[in-house]
Design a protein around this ligand. Sequence first.
Ligand SMILES: Cc1cc2nc3c(=O)[nH]c(=O)nc-3n(C[C@H](O)[C@H](O)[C@H](O)COP(=O)(O)O)c2cc1C
Ligand SMILES: Nc1ncnc2c1ncn2[C@@H]1O[C@H](COP(=O)(O)OP(=O)(O)OP(=O)(O)O)[C@@H](O)[C@H]1O
Length: 181
Amino acid sequence: MKVHQTKQLKLSASVVAIGAFDGIHLGHQAVIRELVKKSHLEGVPSVVYTFYPPPRSYFQGAKILTKPRKKIELIQNLGVDQLVLAEFNEKYLQRTAENFVNELFLLNPKVILVGDDFRFGYKRIGDVQLLKKYFTVQSVEPIYCINGEKISSTKIRELMEQGEYKQVDSLLGRYNEAIKA
Ligand SMILES: Cc1cc2nc3c(=O)[nH]c(=O)nc-3n(C[C@H](O)[C@H](O)[C@H](O)COP(=O)(O)O)c2cc1C
Ligand SMILES: Nc1ncnc2c1ncn2[C@@H]1O[C@H](COP(=O)(O)OP(=O)(O)OP(=O)(O)O)[C@@H](O)[C@H]1O
């Protein structure tokens, strides 16, 4: 897997998943597995486009569940070809939604996988409707916890605060991760 941190990636075709992906929990894993499956079906490279730090950590000080090295390792293990790890900083967050769309054009995506609530660009102006003007956009069926709640990085952070380490591990799908994080 190739990791790109500064220069914008250019590809003649791809399938792309975008998001914070902090923790690479079971929901994230489902998205990335679907991405890799589509990439094999289409015969084009898979691209995960993510951020460091996660926007929720940058803005709200949320605990970071996976530091870059671990995040890279986990994404690579899922069979992804290219990883964009954008540094989320004061300059980056001020990029307009159109400017971000222009970066996505450079990837020539056949499909983009994002959640229905995905937002992008300065002040979160860009939404899935805007993305759909230019690209084929799809989402993946949600993966739920045993109690019926949707798995999320936020839920995992809450469980960590409560010391529910077994539950954290079960949502991450990995053992002893909660203690190390
Ligand atoms: C170019 C760009 C600019 C962004 N600027 C802001 C911003 O000004 N304020 C904000 O709260 N989030 C901003 N974000 C973060 C998004 O709201 C969102 O958290 C990010 O795209 C990850 O999506 P996800 O949270 O659905 O995984 C920006 C994202 C991108 C790609
Ligand atoms: N439980 C889930 N099932 C399926 N897909 C999910 C799940 N959780 C997140 N995703 C998808 O993973 C991608 C990255 O999402 P993101 O990291 O913003 O999710 P999150 O874990 O809900 O984070 P947060 O708690 O910070 O909102 C998006 O495409 C999103 O729709």
